[in-house]
Design a protein around this ligand. Structure first.
Ligand code: UT7
Length: 325
C-alpha cells in the first residue's frame, strides 16, 4: 500500500553571534557557574543583538534549510513559524520571513505553543502535506526569549537563550511501514490547568505589554519528565517500534537533568540523546530544530535514522514526533 508521507529534506540553524557565559550572568545576579551547571547543564547561551529580530533569526535558519534541501523559496507552499517572541503582536513574523525570502505565493503564519512550538508546527505541517493541501513547507522555530526575560530574576534569566532552527518538509511516498522515510507519528497534548506554573506576567489583551517570563521551576520539572516519557511512549506505540529501534532522541533542551531523567525512564542509552543545552541553553521553540540541525551537520544523524523529537512548555503543552530521516 502506498501512503503519502512528509519527509525532512533539509535542516538549518542560526545562533546570534553574542555569547553570554554563566560567569557574565554571575556578575549581574546572585548566581554562579557551579549552580547553573549542576542544576541545568547550561554553560552559555546566545543573545540576539538589539537590532536582530526573531524574523531575522528565522530567515537565516530558513535559508540554510533551503540550501540543505536543494530548494528555492519559490518552490515552498507555506511557512509555519513557531514562536512566542514575534517581532510584533501582528502581522505574524512568518509573513516577514516570506517577504524576505522573496516568496510571492503560498501562505505564512505563526503558531504559539511556547517550548513545544516546533513539535506542534511539525505536526501541523505533516497533516497539511499528508492531506494533499501542501507539497512543500518550511517549518521554523525561532525565538528571542532574551527580550521577555526579567534579567534581575536569577530563577529564570540563567535558563534561556536565543536562536532559530528550520526544516524543509516535503511530500514523499511510503509503504505504510516503520521503514518509511518521513513523519511516522505525531502526538500533541496540552493542559490549561497548569498555566500559572509557566507564563508571562503580561500580554496584549491583559496588560497591553509583553510581560516577563515567570516560572515555578521545580513544579515544571516534576511534570516534564512524566509528560515527556508518556508522550514518547505514545508515538512508539503508534508505529509499533521499541526504544531499541530509536537511533537518536532530539529533545527540547530545557535542562540536562530532564534529558537524563526522561532517557532513564524510557531505558534509552544517554549516548543516543542529542544534547545542546550546554551551549544553547533553552531556546524555546528553536531548541529541537537547532539540536536536529547540529546533529545532521556533525554527521550523527544520517539518512534512514529513526528520530524521536519531543518537547514540553508553557500551557502546559507537550508533544513528540517519530521521524525517519
Ligand atoms: O522549557 C520549558 C520547560 N521548562 C523547564 O523544563 C524548566 C524546568 N525546571 C528546571 O529546570 C529546574 O527546576 C530549575 C533549573 C529551574 C531549578 O532547579 P531546581 O533544582 O528545581 O532548583 P529550585 O528551584 O528547587 O531551587 C533550589 C535553590 C533555591 O534556594 P532555596 O530556596 O533552596 O534556598 C533557589 O532560590 O536554588 C536557588 N536558585 C538559585 N541559586 C543560584 C534558583 N535559581 C538560582 C540561580 N543561582 N540561578
Amino acid at each position: 500500500m502506498s501512503v503519502r508521507r512528509s519527509v525532512i529534506a533539509g535542516t538549518g540553524g542560526y545562533l546570534p553571534e553574542r555569547v553570554v557565559t554563566n560567569e557574565e550572568l554571575a556578575r549581574r545576579v546572585d548566581t554562579s557557574d557551579e549552580w547553573i551547571v549542576a542544576r541545568t547543564g547550561i554553560r552559555q547561551r546566545h543573545v540576539a543583538a538589539k537590532d536582530e529580530l526573531t524574523s531575522d533569526l528565522a530567515l537565516h535558519a530558513a535559508e540554510a534549510a533551503l540550501v540543505a534541501a536543494g530548494r528555492r523559496a519559490g518552490e515552498i507552499d507555506g511557512i509555519l513559524l513557531a514562536t512566542t517572541t514575534p517581532d510584533l503582536t501582528f502581522p505574524a513574523s512568518a509573513t516577514r520571513v516570506q517577504a524576505e525570502l522573496g516568496m510571492t505565493r503560498g501562505f505564512a503564519f505563526d503558531l504559539q505553543a511556547v517550548c513545544s512550538g516546533f513539535i506542534f508546527a511539525l505536526a501541523q505541517a505533516d497533516a497539511l502535506i499528508r492531506s494533499g493541501m501542501s507539497e512543500r513547507l518550511l517549518v521554523i522555530g525561532a525565538e528571542t526569549f532574551s527580550r521577555i526575560l526579567d534579567w534581575e530574576d536569577r530563577t529564570t534569566c540563567v535558563l534561556f537563550g536565543d536562536g532559530a532552527g528550520a526544516v524543509v518538509l516535503e511530500a514523499g511516498e511510503g509503504a505504510g511501514t516503520p521503514a518509511d522515510r518521513g513523519v511516522l507519528s505525531a502526538r500533541l497534548h496540552s493542559d490549561g490547568r497548569q498555566a500559572e506554573l509557566l507564563k508571562t506576567d503580561g500580554g496584549p489583551s491583559s496588560t497591553g505589554t509583553v510581560g516577563k517570563v515567570r516560572m515555578l521551576g521545580r513544579e515544571v520539572f516534576r511534570h516534564a519528565v512524566t509528560n515527556l516519557a508518556t508522550v514518547m511512549e505514545e508515538t512508539l506505540a503508534d508505529v509499533g517500534v521499541s526504544t531499541d529501534e530509536i537511533d537518536w532522541v532530539i529533545p527540547h533542551q530545557a535542562n540536562r537533568r530532564i534529558l537524563d531523567g526522561t532517557a532513564r525512564k524510557l531505558g534509552i542509552d544517554p549516548g543516543r540523546v542529542i544534547v545542546t543545552v550546554d551551549r544553547h541553553a533553552n531556546t524555546s521553540a528553536a531548541s529541537v530544530p537547532l539540536a536536529l540541525d547540529v546533529a545532521v551537520r556533525d554527521g550523527r544523524v544520517a539518512p534512514g535514522n529513526l528520530l524521536l523529537l519531543e518537547a514540553m512548555g508553557g500551557g502546559f503543552t507537550w508533544g513528540a514526533c517519530l521521524v525517519r530521516m
